[in-house]
Design a protein around this ligand. Sequence first.
Ligand code: 26V
Length: 825
Amino acid sequence: MMMSEKEMMLENTVSAYENSLLNHCRYSMGEEWQQLSKRDLFQTAALAVRDRLIDRLIETEERYRQSDAKRLYYLSMEFLMGRTLGNSLINLNAYDACKDALMKLGVDLEEVREIEPDAALGNGGLGRLAACFLDSLATLDMPGFGYGINYEYGLFKQLIKNGYQKEEPDHWLAYGTPWQIRRPDETLRIHVYGRIETPKSKDFEYGHLWVDTKEILGVPYDMPIVGYGGRTVNCLRLYSARSSQEFDMEIFNNGDYVKAVEQKMTSETISKVLYPSDSVKSGRELRLKQEYFLVACAVRDIVRRYERDHKNALSKFASKVAIQLNDTHPALAIAELMRVLIDDKDLPWEEAWEITHDTFAYTNHTLLAEALEKWPVSLLELVVPRHLQIIKEINRRFLEQVARVFPDDPERLKRMTIITEDGESQVRMAHLSIVGSHSVNGVSELHSELVKKSLVPDFHELTPEKFNNKTNGVTQRRWLLKANPALAELITETIGDRWITELEELHMLEPYAEAGQFQQEFRSIKRDNKLRLAKVILDTNDVVVDPDSIFDVHIKRIHEYKRQSLNCMRIIHEYLSLVEDNQQPVAPRTYIFAGKAAPGYWAAKQIIKMINNVAQIINNDPRANEFMKVVFIPDYKVSLAEKIIPAADISEQVSTAGMEASGTGNMKFAMNGALTMGTLDGANIEICEEVGEENIFIFGLKAAEIEKMKREKSYNPWEYYYHDGRIKRVMDALNSKSFCTDENERFVWFYEAVLNAGDTYFLLADLASYIEAQERAGAAYLQTDDWTGKAILNVARTGKFSSDRTILEYAKEIWNIKRYMRNGH
Ligand code: 26V
């Protein structure tokens, strides 16, 4: 007799885990328990968890299929997943069962978890957002799936040598990963290069032939994504590039064995390495091939799945499929879907266009000019000639439409064209994304306004209904429940556990903000977290820090606009006030930095060096010792963030107003009871609205003020320099030998960039206001009960910033997808 689904599913009891562990030890690892190395132990535990994920993955897919559910596909070049073991156990509600089973076998789960390498398949905010979204989709029982690239090398490992960043490869797949299920049967053949042959017959209007192409195989690997409660397991499908056997054989048969192998290696480089830059434009052929590879695999897989479930009815495609473009990186998907519908499915242009436009939606994540993708027409011609042809036709029709609405306005056509003609001809991927989508969203209220008013005002004027805002969020399962188990437990004891899936419930903590007992427990948890971090700092930096000092934390990618340098200037100011003016800071502080610089971003790397030099001088000055310490913790990544954020008292969010699209770290800190020191930028504005002005430290110029100063060219940094002795002293120190421990004139570039090159990031304009806000924060910290109350209110009022809320908005307003609960839930 067949077993029912339910009977087949593995249980989450201690004894079931013990069984699984011992089974995998023997039959997957081929070892005896005592013989397992640390890494083997991780592998074994992961396999036991994976079995359970697979049971539920199969059940979930069946549920969606039976309901003929509309599906959302999230296309992203980056998914910054971090570690999976602890997170999956928590979401399966099996953490204690697995922990106890391991304990019975003499093993500590916490230690095993530390072995797992981070899946660092992303650079920063954009990639981590994608990971938080997948967690929310699964938790909400929604059919949402990720498509990405299975990079063999994730984001580089950062070492700090002599104060400088050094990069090392992150071969995270070196030992394989238990979290991926290889699906060779679903391998796809992708075509690149080649040329277009125009057939003679006229009735074949767009059906040109794309011939002489090279073929690459896309092999899918599925990572199960379990939602909280374990009911739903969705998946993230990552593609590895492999060479196509036939093609290699052809060269091989011609007798050139070495060339055949060479060819094989070239195909496989496509999924070799994640581009480590999050803004500086690359324009490189390999990056283009990566973007196209993702898009070609995803679109074909999506169409295939649709056709499997809906025989011969492509006209209904957009009612069953939504595709979200995570920035413009996968924008070629628009051309690829058009190509499939026209060339492979023989649909007329108009019909194909309607389907495409109704299927796609685009999220913009940055206004920085240098991060807006443009691809040279000549490169597209080489790599994807058929797609270029399609883009040209999209553009021709689009400009015709614009000219109808705004006749006799050639300047407007120039501003709006997808393909620029002046100088080197280029395709503007943002324009393509807007034209090919029915929705365009920014990631915070301010940012979405700026998208409409400054980035693409002409597009907003043409199709205002497309534009909308979806303020980012983060998953409280990873960033509170998992990262801060003690605080999570205190919250659950106090208000119950519904906050885990409905973060607005945290409001129920408000009445406890001033309660003595609660405050005391809250403080003691924060102190434990600080102790735990102090230990990490001792291990990595060999610096002793005081857990009773203010932990003032600035962690994120290193970027000039994020202004780690502003923080650094403020620290120098505080240090000089101490040693030269004998002015002691009101409360001792530990300044904590972490973050990676793009390997080719010189200024960002110099900022790392500056922080490390300042750290060295200050940490070795006995006069400063009891008041301040500065540490730069190397190799920032998701698993390190999970240790740092719960230990923070102050969260530094100090970008030049108007430049940080949203920020998501800001939300994680507030959720863990750190007070934000921030400018009115990105989501800081909304955090301020939620937590209240009295529970946040806001300083600096506003976006509109900066915009005005830029427009009127009225900003002169020298005025601030001469007008404020504190500012002059800091700048002069950087221009002198004071912080050049080893190399003279190391920071003269900075003095020049700020004073003689216009101070692009308005550092001097904001420094005085920043210093004053920090003094207020220092004084406030001494009012222990008040401070704790503010910290608790920050936790209580961050309900809005759950990615569950964000996903529900996308689902309702853009994707039109629903929840599909398992029977009985
Ligand atoms: C651009 C490029 C250009 C070509 C090379 C590779 C590459 C990789 C990434 C990017 C764009 C990065 C944009 C980004 O990460 N934006 C961040 O998105 C977060 C999530 O919405 C948001 O919180 C941050 O404020 C925003 O900076």
